[in-house]
Design a protein around this ligand. Structure first.
Ligand SMILES: Cc1cc2nc3c(=O)[nH]c(=O)nc-3n(C[C@H](O)[C@H](O)[C@H](O)COP(=O)(O)OP(=O)(O)OC[C@H]3O[C@@H](n4cnc5c(N)ncnc54)[C@H](O)[C@@H]3O)c2cc1C
Length: 500
């Protein structure tokens, strides 16, 4: 975490909004939400009452004047690469939703991404169905539809529609994300990794990024952590949660071509890999899923990856390295299982790609003001401060010894308090690292759901930046109205619970 000293604001910098806030630690009362999950999270004017805001809720702007009182300057400076209203860190599904949402809401928005392209796991997995993008075939928001429209613009090779999912060729997805960001005027930078948080007291003011020119600073009025691993929150000193006994496995996906669909079916590949397990013991034992890539003649394999290795923490450099290297050998064993098969059509199959890295299902989750639970998901719980909803399945991704794979859940709300870190300000969370339990993380990790929480976080940060207040202080009713304007249906009574 970077430390700061306060200096008076030069007038030329005031307009950048890089300002200190007066901290009032008087508001520290904290209350876990009780049994009644429908209980009021908001006052009648839409604000979250201070007693449930958590310790970080102590940052107060006094009459807006504090926003022009000071500028924070790094005690050891890096070059400031940019200074924006809303900085979104991580360009996976959540980050895409956040950047589109914030830019559409009028914020000067910058999305930064560690890889050289966007999409996160949706791209690394080489063709997976982006689930819950259109539950029951119905559009779920303007940002989801915007991305779908941009992918579909590349034609039939780019996209195939399922019941609730969008199966895309990831090469077109990578282009489509940039197209969508360009259309809403969001800025973006790739090959930029956030390696630290810039924090004053308990407010995030930006991140330190690693570049080929060394470390640089990115400053923002509000930051959305969409890193999947809660990197920004962790660097900022926010409390994060990690399942101590087991984490959902990582997976290196494979893309295969030279497939004669008249002669082989996905089930044939799965059967051949499982049958060859005694000879090729690295192959995954829990599940193997084979699907067509968009409408092409190529298929991809998703599977339970590192499940047989036990608990692997992708944020641990040594464990991560072990998992990545193991997974490349595992992929080779899967291909050998096909190519050594008795079935000539399987022997013809060629391995053309694997993901640029293992796709990660679960690492750290931020401890928010409210922790969403499996029970919330299974009961289809509603929250007054809902800002998104999640649909689909409870699915622990092939975690060993778990039978919770593909079990249908109820459509349930995500409250604002689950994207709001308990103790750190200036920061909201989107995607797979929002505040949930381990199983509830598995219940909401579908791409459409991650995009939805990112979208809400992006719009919320845009609101906070425009008003010069902390994300924690925004009027949640106003946020809900903005999300409704973006075609998000927050009315639980309208939901069809039976179809994903
Ligand atoms: C193997 C596998 C298969 C899956 N199958 C499906 C499926 O079929 N359908 C479905 O809907 N969902 C599926 N999921 C779940 C879904 O893909 C994820 O839950 C979802 O992508 C999470 O979105 P996210 O944006 O929160 O995180 P991620 O997709 O992990 O994206 C995070 C992004 O942040 C970037 N980043 C991370 N740290 C930093 C940093 N410090 N600085 C800058 N950038 C950073 C990463 O490079 C990445 O682009 C699968 C997941 C896995 C792992």
């Amino acid at each position: 975490m970077r430390k700061f000293v306060r200096v008076p604001v030069p007038s030329t910098l005031k307009s950048r909004g890089i300002t200190a806030v007066q901290m009032n630690h008087g508001i520290s009362a904290k209350k876990r939400l009780g049994e009644n999950h429908e209980e009021k999270h908001q006052t009648d004017d839409g604000r979250i009452p201070p007693e449930i805001l958590g310790d970080g809720g102590g940052s107060m702007i006094s009459g807006g004047s504090a926003l022009s009182a000071h500028v924070v300057e790094p005690s050891s400076r890096h070059t400031v690469l940019d200074s924006v209203d809303v900085l979104v860190v991580g360009g996976g599904p959540a980050g895409i939703g956040a950047a589109l949402g914030a830019a559409r809401a009028g914020a000067n928005t910058l999305l930064i991404e560690n890889h050289a392209f966007f999409g996160g796991t949706a791209s690394w997995a080489l063709g997976m169905g982006m689930n819950q993008m259109r539950p029951s075939g119905q559009p779920r928001s303007v940002v989801h539809e915007h991305l779908i429209r941009c992918i579909a613009a590349y034609g039939d090779q780019a996209i195939r529609f399922g019941r609730h999912s969008v199966h895309c060729n990831v090469e077109y997805l990578k282009l489509a994300v940039m197209d969508a960001l360009d259309e809403v005027g969001a800025k973006y930078l790739v090959r930029i990794q956030a390696v630290d948080a810039i924090v004053e007291v308990n407010r995030v003011l930006g991140v330190v990024v690693a570049t080929k020119r060394g470390l640089m600073d990115m400053l923002a009025k509000a930051v959305v952590d969409c890193t999947g691993d809660a990197d920004v929150a962790f660097f900022a000193g926010a409390e994060t949660m990690t399942e101590p006994t087991m984490l959902m496995p990582m997976t290196l996906s494979l893309a295969l071509t030279n497939i004669d669909a008249a002669k082989v079916k996905p089930a044939d590949l799965k059967a051949a890999i499982l049958a060859a397990q005694p000879k090729h013991p690295l192959t995954p034992s829990v599940f193997i899923e084979v699907q067509q890539i968009a409408q092409s003649r190529s298929w991809y394999i998703n599977h339970s990856g590192t499940a047989d290795l036990g608990r692997i923490d992708a944020t641990d450099p040594v464990e991560r390295s072990k998992a990545e290297c193991f997974s490349r050998r595992q992929a080779y064993d899967m291909v050998r299982s096909l190519n050594e098969s008795d079935n000539p059509a399987l022997r013809e199959i060629e391995w053309v790609a694997s993901g640029p890295q293992c796709s990660v299902r679960e690492t750290r989750r931020v401890k928010g003001v409210y922790i969403l639970t499996e029970d919330d998901a299974r009961a289809g719980r509603a929250f007054k401060d809902t800002i998104a909803w999640r649909s689909g399945y409870v699915d622990l991704g092939g975690e060993k010894g778990e039978d919770r794979y593909g079990q249908m859940m109820m459509i349930h709300d995500v409250p604002f308090t689950s994207i709001l870190p308990e103790k750190i300000d200036g920061l909201l969370i989107g995607g797979r690292c929002i505040s949930t339990t381990h199983v509830a993380a598995g219940a909401g990790k579908s791409i459409g759901n991650c995009m939805a929480t990112g979208h809400a976080a992006g719009v919320a940060c845009a609101l906070s930046a425009r008003k010069g207040i902390l994300p924690r202080e925004i009027n949640v009713s106003e946020l809900q109205d903005k999300l409704r304007d973006d075609n998000v249906n927050l009315e639980i009574k309208d939901r069809e619970q039976k179809t994903p």
